[in-house]
Design a binder for this molecule. Structure first.
Ligand code: GLN
Length: 486
């Protein structure tokens, strides 16, 4: 196996900068790897080989000429296929956007371009990022590189599977209710949902606008910190982005965590928790104690309501956001005789079953007679959940939980039961509702050899505490040095 594909993005950036490797060599190594293993895992919707090699050549030229280079100069990255790259197809894994070509760059893509990153391909997702397994993709299901009978998680399952299978050293995902952290956990990699407002969503397909964030996925904690350095920051094109200075996340990552107060919410250590997950989390807690952290039991009393209110809020916002796909402005247009017919048939044929279910649920929750009882009430409970975290962070610096109640399940196991599927997100959803940052890092394997992830949650805009705690743990373990045998 080519050694390049096992290297971290930080190492690759260093080696490319020092001319130990060329970007073309690196990019080609990942493309070759993708050609070899992607048919088995189907992480990519498209591999943008020509585009990537052209960018790689430009990076090499820039380095050779001694010009100033970016933080990710020449380093390949996979992009979830709900983020726009100018002149490249962007499907959101939906038939309704199957032939849509992006007319402009998302802000994160502009930032990545100026950092010198190389776009290696677009990754599969659940249609419009609605799901936890990639089984809702209109095209195909992505597989978990650790065991191809299992899901890679979702909705950023393509990005997680690509990084885990070493077909890309980095990826971008989006996270509305766990879509970066849950697949990261399923595939044994690192995934970060930044604070709401930290990263611009301009040019990402809107699902639930009060929850959506774009974030990094990588093999190591440093790589995610590096990627967040590049994509974070205020953007006037996204009115929800917040003008708070972006620190260099790598500067503080090696600080020790002696005396750090870590909270364990008692509501997250419930009876239904898988025994392998419980064991790995307990071992991680012991490691944190050895690193000098103080472990404190806390309570997030409104946790029980999180899944229910998340699904009211995300479906309501999705029903409004997805109104734009009408067969007129962009995307798929059905054959029809009149305008009403055109709307109905284009949407009827263009959207898959999960998307339709959510549009219907959301439209109902927002309808005049029910608005107060559903959407209005859900917003009030959301405030209570946010207050739970504010109270908890008065006594602790960080919160530790499992990322998911079970390791990645088998493909098909939950696809006919939406409620069971929705419960996969039970530990990740509150973070989006409260707008705080969260990440998942690998912390073990199940008896069957499927990865297990641990979630760390921090205060608003305190990604630094999260990164240094994740890094300390990573340096005391070997999980990030294990690769699937695919
Ligand atoms: N799995 C959750 C859902 O289906 C979260 C999705 C996401 O974060 N995009 O809504």
């Amino acid at each position: 196996m080519n050694e390049i594909i096992k290297m971290s993005a930080t190492t690759l950036a260093e080696k490319i900068k020092n001319k130990d490797l060329t970007s073309v060599e690196v990019t080609q190594a990942f493309i070759n790897r993708a050609k070899e293993v992607d048919p088995k895992i189907k992480a990519y919707i498209s591999i943008t080989e020509e585009y990537a090699l052209k960018q790689a050549k430009e990076s090499d030229k820039k380095i050779a000429s001694g010009k100033e280079i970016g933080q990710l100069e020449g380093v390949p990255i996979a992009i979830k296929d709900n983020i726009l790259i100018e002149n490249i197809k962007m499907t959101a894994s939906s038939k309704i956007l199957e032939n849509y070509v992006a007319p402009y760059d998302a802000t994160v893509i502009e930032k990545l371009k100026s950092s010198g990153a190389v776009f290696i391909g677009k990754t599969n997702l659940d249609e419009f990022a609605m799901g936890s397994s990639t089984e809702n993709s209109a095209f195909f299901t992505t597989r978990n590189p650790w065991n191809t009978e299992h899901i890679p998680g979702g909705s950023s399952g393509g990005s997680a599977s690509a990084v885990s299978a070493m077909t890309a050293p980095l990826a971008l995902g989006t996270d509305t209710g766990g879509s970066i952290r849950q697949p990261a956990s399923c595939c044994g990699i690192v995934g970060v949902k930044p604070t709401y407002g930290r990263v611009s969503r301009f040019g990402a397909v809107a699902f639930a606008s009060s929850l959506d964030q774009i974030g990094p996925m990588s093999k190591t904690v440093e790589d995610s910190a590096l990627l967040l350095n590049v994509i974070a920051g205020y953007d006037k094109k996204d009115s929800t982005s917040i003008d708070v200075a972006v620190p260099n996340y790598l500067d503080t990552i090696k600080q020790d965590i002696k005396g750090l107060k870590i909270g364990l919410p008692k509501e997250y250590f419930i009876d239904g928790l898988d025994s392998d997950v419980k064991k790995s989390i307990n071992e991680a807690i012991e490691i944190y104690k050895k690193l000098g952290a103080e472990i404190i039991e806390i309570s997030l009393p409104h946790t029980d309501y999180a899944v229910a209110i998340y699904y009211i809020i995300c479906c309501s916002e999705a029903s409004a956001n997805l109104a734009r796909y009408d067969g007129v402005r962009y995307g798929f247009r059905a054959e029809c005789d009149n305008l009403l017919d055109e709307y109905q048939k284009s949407r009827g044929q263009g959207f898959g079953p999960e998307v339709k279910r959510r549009i219907m649920l959301g439209t109902y929750a927002l309808s005049a007679g029910y608005y107060d009882a559903y959407y209005g009430k859900a917003q009030k409970v959301r405030t209570l959940i946010k207050q739970d975290f504010e109270n908890a962070f008065k006594t602790v610096d960080l919160i530790l939980t499992p990322s998911s109640p079970t390791p990645a399940f088998k493909i098909g196991e939950k696809s006919s039961d939406p409620l069971q599927m929705y419960l996969s997100d039970i530990f990740t959803i509150s973070c989006n509702l409260a707008a705080i940052p969260g990440m998942s890092i690998p912390c073990g394997f199940s008896q069957k050899g499927i990865p297990i992830g641990m979630q760390l949650l921090a205060k608003n805009f305190d990604e630094q505490t999260m990164f240094k705690s994740a890094y300390s743990y990573q340096q005391s373990t070997n999980w990030h040095k294990q690769f699937p045998n695919i």
